[in-house]
Design a protein around this ligand. Structure first.
Ligand code: PMV
Length: 328
């Protein structure tokens, strides 16, 4: 039996979204994307390769493990085993610090943590770019949780050139992401299903062209710490992604009435001079972006809104890293 290896990874929130793939098996995206790691939304995963096992054992603590999730983890372990030249089965134990399936990207932190823990347990030394590529094969957005801070995923030409890297470290900008939780149940339509429908939307090409332009706007605004330019483009991109989801066939509607209530509140507060913009992933929860100085006042306002069950505050988070606290 190998010694346990444990990795901790942050979820990430995309400002320019990954929505649509040009290769589903390799998870190659239609467009590049930009995100920030979320220091308060983490997955911790321990991996041990154990010759006594005849199949992988996967436990997701506090959430229960579906056969589908276990199968996806096993398929990812197969990629690591192939690279390491081993066939040993593994014990995997994982825990999230946030509810799964709510639009907080649990698959991103899950596959980034699994990649780093499994490689360490298999004595496989890969550089950050190779880890990002490997994580991408497990879940697209996971490639962005490997590097630290503010991150860009290059769409690339092929698998070797489609990876994520840091564009600014966490300490570069005190941007905050407040996640207004309105739903904790598993979402009806997973992002994998939604991603596969993109081509059926009449708006997909227009959104793609706008997202390409948005990449430079958001990258430059992050580098310049220009909150208003950053926020305007980020909010527009969220609406563009959801416009594609809404007009896919079949249509995918991720919002609940509470989602729309928060979107309207943000706009009303902005008209009063509050510095805040929203973005939304493949779920009903709303991510509210604001400067560090405004976070307490904004969190208070959000908590007072009807239907908001909790508000999770995040700063720019670190890279996926090995830690010493094992789950087994
Ligand atoms: O990595 P996936 O297949 O879970 O897709 C993530 C999709 C969004 O979260 C909606 C957008 C993004 O870029 O993270």
């Amino acid at each position: 039996m190998t010694a346990p290896s444990t990795a901790q990874s942050c979820a990430n929130i995309a400002f320019i979204k990954y929505w649509g793939r040009r290769d589903h098996a390799l998870r190659l995206p239609l467009n590049g994307s930009i995100s920030m790691n979320l220091d308060g939304a983490t997955t911790t995963t321990t991996v041990i390769f154990d010759p006594a096992l005849d199949e992988d054992r996967v436990i997701i603590l506090d959430a229960g493990t579906t056969a589908q999730a276990a199968h996806r983890v096993s398929a990812h372990l197969d990629r690591v085993r192939a690279l390491a030249g081993i066939t040993t089965r593994a014990r995997v134990v994982s825990r999230n610090s946030f509810p799964m399936g709510t639009g907080i990207a649990s698959s991103a932190s899950a596959f980034a943590a699994l990649t780093v823990a499994a490689c360490a347990a298999a004595n496989l030394t890969l550089d950050e770019r190779a880890l990002s590529i490997l994580a991408r094969l497990g879940s697209g957005s996971a490639c962005r949780s490997i590097p630290a801070g503010f991150v860009e995923w290059h769409a690339g030409e092929d698998s070797e050139t489609s990876y994520a890297e840091t564009i600014a470290p966490p300490e570069h900008w005190d941007l905050r992401d407040l996640i207004a939780i309105v739903q904790t149940a598993h979402k009806d339509v997973g992002s994998t299903t939604g991603q596969a429908l993109v081509d059926s939307s009449p708006f997909s090409e227009a959104r793609l062209a706008a997202a390409e332009r948005g990449l430079a706007v958001v990258r430059n605004a992050i580098r310049a710490c220009d909150f208003e330019t950053f926020g305007e483009e980020t909010e527009q991109e969220a609406l563009r992604m959801h416009a594609v989801a809404l007009t896919s066939q079949p249509s995918v509607l991720y919002w609940s009435p509470e989602t729309v209530r928060i979107m309207q509140a943000i706009r009303a507060w902005r008209a009063e001079g509050v510095r805040a913009y929203f973005t939304i992933d493949a779920g009903a929860n709303v991510h509210v972006l604001c400067p560090g100085a405004d976070v307490d006042a904004l969190a208070k306002r959000l908590r007072e809104l009807k239907g908001v069950r909790d508000v999770l505050a995040n700063r720019p988070g670190p890279a996926t890293r090995l830690i010493d606290a094992h789950l087994v």
